[in-house]
Design a protein around this ligand. Sequence first.
Ligand code: ATP
Length: 232
Amino acid sequence: MSCSMNLKNISYKKNNNYLFKNINLNLGHKEKMAIIGQNGVGKSTLIKIIAGLEEPTNGEITLFHNQIKNKKDFEKYRDEIGYLPQDVSNFFLCITVIEDIMFSLLTLGVDKKEAYSKSVNILKILNIIHLENRVIYELSGGEQKIVALAAILVKEPKILLLDEPTNALDEESEKKVLSILNSIEKSMIIVSHHKSFIQKLVSKIYKLEDKTLKNEPIYTHFYTQHSVVHGL
Ligand SMILES: Nc1ncnc2c1ncn2[C@@H]1O[C@H](COP(=O)(O)OP(=O)(O)OP(=O)(O)O)[C@@H](O)[C@H]1O
């Protein structure tokens, strides 16, 4: 399996204490994995390092076989990585849902007509077309989370980094997100406390514990998604 991302001996110090030390991780092409662990162990910090939003204290990051030495190197791959933060309240740049989703495409140089049609399509796929013209900051936490996911998916990044994608989602929205993520053939790292969700989605689970990543067994059989979501 070719490699989308590789971490070699990644360590991160906060207030003179190591949050984690010498983390090694390979994310294969189209591989889906999850990171679990207790509150405060550093899962979000680790995923922010992979997203290029935090710099590790030590270690090497390789993206698509290119070594990343600094934030500038990361900029080349910014559009290839879709990062969903745990808290999406500061995620949005526009007033309405459709404007925000279109904005992410317009910045990539997509023309306005195509940006509109792709944005409407993703809203339909995620069952949130009724939110198209709503003001984002008037939406519920769960609605905002799924709109943020739409803004990421519409750009078709090569790697998805999703920090707690299902928190604040109702059962129906969670099923929809599961079905979509299952149907997308992309490399993914998902941070979650929601074990039944990740067991239906990923092929590897790691636990961040004692400042390192440990393999965690997957108890259920791999879940096979028969219903293909068209349009992604
Ligand atoms: N902006 C910040 N300023 C100071 N400390 C922070 C900041 N963000 C995180 N921390 C601290 O870093 C540690 C790791 O936080 P992180 O959010 O990475 O953990 P986590 O494993 O994702 O936790 P959770 O499961 O609760 O989301 C925690 O002790 C947290 O208090």
